[in-house]
Write a protein that binds this ligand. Structure first.
Ligand code: GLU
Length: 409
């Protein structure tokens, strides 16, 4: 198993702009793939059609292009494990759901949302599982013939995973060690919905990781609660020999306190939480790192150190150095505070190290906005002279340098 070529994936759902935490996840996958001579796959998990946002996929691709995080395979990159968009893989999932049904590892359930709500009102902490499935309207209680009749009559149904109680499940996590969970706390998760003929996240995710020969699943901590179910699914399919190893990354926390970093923190404290500016359908615009004047290498360096550090006091690391030094086993378990001021510091460091000729065009554009046309050599010279002042962004040069271009009045 350890001889398998390293293959990892970044698998966002196109529900909007990519959050900066997702960028860090993709970056860690990229570093891990590169340092192991492996491959990084870009998969779009769009099985929840109600949450689909047009433009999100293109946005994500553009963000990684800007950041210099390259994929080897996937949506827009090609490869021979496609299609890489889950909405284009319906037949594949149907087949695997069928296998679980045939082997009695899953069953068909007809309970309507109303019936389920009613049950939830009657029974405190109701969970659809081994204790309750016998009281519900499913193929286990109705029998094969009646089930077939209902399906043929066009009644909508879901397929649920049949979880056996009393089992200890182990998630082998590179960062968190052996995570143990009793199967009793899990419910019989919905794997497939007849209404849209699509699988749910869990089934599609496992089937794809298997078929795409993924060896390591590196993702955010918020997916840790799903991992025991995923282990059981691998087992149900008989794929335990090629089950990927998991690594659940630490959460990104608010800059000024406890709790998960949110878009609201960015609005409140004035920093972007998205890589690129995002124009929502309702007309609201969210700021991005690119449009705010960050250099992509500074953003990469800043993010790489949120949850991992090289164990020395070196803070400025190029992509090559990150690839060489990154160590997934040394990622922290506890959340990483999103210190956006540190992010600005990184940008200043990178600005100072960037050749003047590369910075000049951005400043030249600002000059033009202010009605000034100067020879580019002059712009370059001013940038070179002034960038060593405590500026974090090129746009901060204008108020410092206007006297070079405007005669005193
Ligand atoms: N589609 C999930 C997401 O949006 C993928 C989670 C995973 O990596 O398994 O992050």
């Amino acid at each position: 198993m350890s001889e398998r070529k390293v293959r990892v994936r970044f698998a966002p759902s196109p529900t909007g702009p990519l959050h900066i935490g997702g960028v860090r996840t993709a970056l860690y996958n990229y570093l891990f793939a590169r340092q192991n001579g492996g491959e990084l796959v870009f998969r779009i998990e769009d099985t929840d059609s109600t949450r689909f946002v047009p433009g999100a996929e293109e946005y994500i691709i553009e963000a990684f292009r800007w950041l210099g995080i390259g994929f080897d395979e996937g949506v827009s990159f090609g490869g021979n494990h496609g299609p890489y968009r889950q909405s284009e893989r319906r037949d594949i999932y149907k087949k695997y759901v069928g296998l679980l049904l045939e082997e009695g590892k899953a069953y068909v359930a007809f309970d309507t949302p109303e019936e389920l709500n009613c049950k939830r009102e009657q029974v405190q902490n109701f969970q659809y599982d081994a204790r309750t499935r016998g009281e519900m309207r499913n193929s286990l209680t109705l029998g094969e013939e009646e089930t077939r009749r209902l399906i043929e009559a066009g009644e909508q149904y879901v397929v649920r995973f049949k979880i056996n109680p009393g089992e200890e499940i182990h998630v082998d996590d590179i960062i968190r060690g052996d995570v143990k969970v009793m199967s009793d706390i899990l419910d019989d998760k919905v794997l497939y919905k007849s209404a849209d003929e699509l699988p749910t996240y869990h089934l599609a995710n496992i089937v794809d990781d298997h078929l795409m020969e993924i060896t390591h699943v590196i993702r955010g901590e918020e997916w840790l609660p799903s991992a025991p179910l995923h282990v059981l699914l691998y087992r149900a399919f008989g794929w335990e020999d090629t089950m990927p190893r998991f690594a659940h990354l630490p959460l990104l926390l608010k800059p000024d306190g406890k709790g998960k970093l949110s878009k609201r923190d960015g609005d409140r404290l004035g920093f972007p939480v998205f890589p690129l500016e995002w124009h929502a359908e309702d007309g609201t615009v969210s700021s991005g790192y690119r449009e705010s004047g960050y250099l992509p290498a500074a953003v990469v360096n800043f993010l790489a150190l949120l949850g991992w550090n090289p164990g020395t006091d070196q803070e400025i690391l190029s992509m090559e150095e990150l690839i060489a030094q990154f160590d997934l086993t040394k990622c922290s378990k506890s959340g990483a505070k999103f210190d956006y001021v540190k992010g600005q510091w990184f940008n200043r460091e990178y600005l100072q190290a960037t050749p003047d000729a590369e910075l000049a065009p951005e400043f030249d554009a600002i000059l033009r906005q202010n009605g000034i046309q100067a020879p580019i050599e002059r712009v370059e010279a001013v940038v070179g002279m002034m960038k060593m002042k405590k500026i974090n962004f090129v746009k901060e040069l204008w108020p410092l340098c206007d006297f070079f271009f405007i005669a005193p009045t």
